[in-house]
Design a protein around this ligand. Structure first.
Ligand code: GCO
Length: 482
């Protein structure tokens, strides 16, 4: 199971014919921040610094407040599905310790927190009768954030699909149920939340979950069915955008997507152009489709009879305009111009390529710059946030009780330097959410991989700031790369 890397399955499109007749806009600087002095390490004024988490990964309390089961409860309790049989039953127990977690945020000086709402806490059966206890829990968390001057950025779906929904994402009705849930939450929380993200990382809850079987519900379906699952995922996103707008007209709406980040091997015109083409092509069934409101022709041709069945109105919903695009950025895909009809080739990683503690986490800090630049040059979104960036490290607690994660500091510093480049060049990058506030349940890897800047002792649930937390606090205080 562990040989299967996330990066490979984030690979959303395979080899294909060249894009016919696509003209890519030339880059234009977006703001006067581009005028700042050369060599500055500052971020633009008002840049949003935050941390990110997700409900199933931190909350625990799986039976509290009438919460229904999610597919991740079922999956993690199935022998052999997660490392060591780990589950999210307790996780960081943020369900009970959320005030302490808000204190951690406050101590860092972050002004924003990306958190997710567990659908089965709000609708235990996925649809039907909402649970007021579930909603009240999130109201308490949001009030605590507000009292501490921290703005919530709320993800509505971070993979904890209610287990009671028949057929899961194989069923079109799940997309409709998601829109109902999104509209309900937006209406109930519009006084407390101004920024919503619909879904987190399509490839993980479609391909990895229904094709590879590595994530819940752990199925291995044929291509046509996987494409239909993907379609239901992006349809759910689009319908949810409409539902949020109808119920919370003042809210800003976006999503959090782990688009494949195509980095030119050499920064010259031909390779830069190749990376841009590759970005559009490699993200065909997800980001490309929802930002263009249509499946790319190359994708439809490639999939042929396996292409998704689309109903009237679907593409209009899927292409609903967004206020921002959130990008979860971890690892690069190196691309070069190869003179082929498609216009690019993907470079393999040599065996010596450096990685962090997760086997898929190849280190390439410039990928954060290219993530922003490619997306802005191709689709010109109003705003971009880095909704996740961070890394796993083999943290150890010293005898003095310190966690000196210099490798994480190295990873973060280099990514921020590249993000600062994107901001300085005028791309509309508005904020950065570090993954993660604290160590947590890392899906199929259970508790074996630590991504936090706070160390969690899973026996006592004690949180301890790592060196990286001290470093992040300094970066935030100076609004700069440090
Ligand atoms: C994802 C999720 C997070 C992960 C993080 C590290 O990208 O998989 O959004 O839940 O924990 O990315 O793998």
């Amino acid at each position: 199971m562990k040989e299967i890397t996330r990066r490979q399955f984030g690979k959303v499109a395979a080899a294909s014919a060249a894009l016919a007749g696509i003209s890519l806009p030339e880059f234009l600087p977006h703001s006067s921040f581009a005028q700042q002095p050369a060599g500055s390490r500052q971020f633009p004024p008002g840049f949003v610094w935050g941390c990110a988490t997700a409900a199933y990964q931190i909350e625990g309390g799986v039976h509290e407040g009438g919460r229904g089961a999610s597919v991740w409860d079922v999956f993690s309790h199935t022998p052999g599905k997660t490392y060591n049989g780990d589950t999210g039953d307790v996780a960081d127990d943020s369900y009970h310790l959320y005030k302490e977690d808000v204190r951690l945020l406050k101590n860092l000086g972050v002004r924003a927190y990306r958190m997710s709402i567990a659908w089965p806490r709000i609708f235990p059966q996925g649809t039907g009768q909402p649970s007021s206890a579930g909603l009240d829990y999130y109201k308490r968390v949001l009030d605590e954030l507000q009292q501490n001057g921290i703005t919530p950025y709320v993800t509505l779906f971070h993979w904890d699909l209610p287990a009671a929904l028949p057929g899961g994402w194989q069923s079109r009705s799940t997309a409709l149920a998601f829109a109902d849930y999104a509209g309900y939450v937006a209406r109930q929380l519009s006084d407390r939340v101004r920024h919503f993200m619909t879904t987190n990382e399509f490839a993980c809850f479609t391909d990895l979950s229904y094709q590879v079987g590595q994530f819940a519900p752990g199925l291995k379906l044929p291509a046509a069915e996987v494409n239909q699952v993907r379609h239901h995922g992006i349809l759910a996103h689009g319908l949810a955008v409409q539902a949020i707008r109808a119920n919370a007209p003042a809210a800003e709406v976006g999503l959090a997507e782990n688009a494949r980040v195509c980095v030119p091997v050499i920064e010259d015109r031909a390779n830069v152009e190749a990376a841009r083409r590759a970005t559009r092509e490699e993200n065909a069934p997800f980001l490309t489709t929802l930002l263009e409101g249509a499946y790319p022709e190359t994708y439809l041709q490639r999939e042929g009879a396996n292409a998704p069945h689309v109903e009237p109105g679907d593409m209009k919903a899927i292409g609903s305009p967004l206020d921002f695009v959130g990008l979860n950025v971890y690892t690069p895909t190196y691309v070069r111009a190869d003179g082929s009809q498609r216009g690019y080739a993907i470079e393999p990683y040599p065996a010596s390529y450096p990685k962090m503690a997760s086997p898929w986490l190849y280190i390439g800090p410039e990928c954060i710059y290219w993530a922003v630049r490619n997306v802005c040059e191709i689709w010109n979104p109003r705003a971009v946030y880095i909704t996740e960036n961070g890394c796993s490290s083999t943290d150890v607690v010293t005898r003095a009780g310190r966690i000196e994660d210099t490798d994480r500091v190295m990873y973060l510093r280099n990514h921020l330097a590249n993000l600062q480049r994107a901001a300085a060049e005028g791309f509309p990058v508005k904020g950065y959410f570090l993954w993660s506030l604290m160590d947590n349940f890392e899906w199929a890897d259970g508790y074996s991989k630590r991504f936090g800047i706070h160390y969690v002792d899973y026996k006592t649930l004690k949180r301890t700031p790592k060196l990286s937390a001290e470093w992040y606090r300094e970066a935030i205080a100076r609004n700069a790369v440090v």
